[in-house]
Design a protein around this ligand. Structure first.
Ligand code: FVH
Length: 293
């Protein structure tokens, strides 16, 4: 029996992430064609064995799997609209960060042109690609996912969220929201301790252990939210209100703006004012007016 024919991959966009993706395909022995709007970013990849294409048109011709890793939704259209005729019938995976509505729009556009389409979100930085801990989320065409699962797993773990094309993007942005808000909380704390002469680096070392420990409670926190039953408090809203009020007061004393902790106080206060002080603090989730399930 002969060896299976390796998938011919094309990567469009050789920024930090696109280059890392292409390098992983080259390393695994896939015939890999690369293209970038601004010439000259493909030298290292070509030296490693990739084929450099002079245009997006020549890059996609002959590919079994096309990966778009561009700046944003608009740049995906700018790159792909002129080559829709060649894309028809070829599998396209968009790994450009696009909002859920953008992923939906791209899926509709791909369907109109007969392009099998999968949208993805990358939960990794470029150096993490192909390493343990790199996770990629996909939704859209199950056929495309099944056909290329092995190839996509070269980049990191590959999880399929179903045919609804915007789901991976929604989960991606939800995870990113958690990250940005957590880092903002860290910045707030670093500003507070600076008033007492502690460096942000030292604070970072301390925060790593503390935040790591509390993050491990997130799955249980999620379970309590899903139950919708906040009557058995893990920590009451009254307790959390006292803690957040003290943080606000200490921040004022330290001369630190309340732009980050102020909205947290607002979420707690709304639930306490509504009479839920004796219930569990996860009830703050309800202050966000989540859609009814
Ligand atoms: N880097 C990261 O850590 C994150 C991790 C999570 C996912 N993101 C998303 O991946 C997309 C690409 O990110 P990137 O890091 O490669 O970004 P850049 O290094 O800035 O490269 C951008 C590439 O996009 C090309 N480009 C920009 N505008 C256009 C356009 N109108 N037409 C064609 N190509 C365009 C740009 O080309 P050039 O400026 O060199 O000509 C780069 O190749 C992104 O969605 C992240 O959110 C990465």
């Amino acid at each position: 029996m002969g060896q299976p024919v390796p998938t011919r991959v094309t990567v469009l966009g050789l920024g930090a992430m696109g280059s890392a993706l292409a390098a992983a395909f080259v390393k695994a022995g896939h015939p890999t064609t690369v293209w970038n709007r601004t010439p000259g970013k493909d030298a290292e990849l070509i030296a490693a064995g990739a084929l450099g294409a002079e245009s997006a048109e020549t890059a996609v011709a002959g590919a079994d799997l096309i990966i778009a890793c561009l700046f944003d939704h608009a740049s995906v259209h700018e790159t792909l609209d002129p080559v829709t005729g060649i894309l028809t019938g070829r599998d396209l995976v968009n790994l450009t960060s696009t909002e859920p509505a953008g992923a939906h729009e791209l899926a509709d556009w791909a369907a109109q042109h007969g392009i099998p389409f999968l949208d993805g979100g990358i939960m990794a930085t470029p150096p993490m690609i192909g390493q343990p801990g790199s996770a990629l989320l996909y939704s859209g065409s199950e056929e495309v996912f099944d056909r290329h699962r092995q190839t996509l797993e070269l980049l990191g773990s590959a999880e399929y969220f179903g045919a609804e094309p915007s789901k991976a993007s929604l989960v991606d942005f939800a995870l990113l929201s958690g990250m940005y808000v957590m880092f903002s909380g860290f910045y707030h704390g670093a500003a507070m301790v600076r008033s007492a002469g502690m460096s942000a680096a030292e604070f970072g070392r301390r925060a790593e252990g503390w935040l790591g420990a509390v993050l491990s409670t997130l799955p249980a926190t999620g379970e309590r939210i899903d139950s919708g039953d906040y009557s058995v408090p893990f920590q009451t809203l009254d307790f959390t209100k006292a803690a957040v009020d003290a943080i606000v007061s200490a921040s004022r004393d330290a001369g630190v703006d309340l732009d980050i902790v102020g909205p947290v106080k607002n979420l707690v206060d709304r639930q306490v004012a509504a009479g839920y002080g004796h219930e569990s603090s996860e009830r703050m989730f309800e202050s966000l007016h989540p859609p009814v399930r």
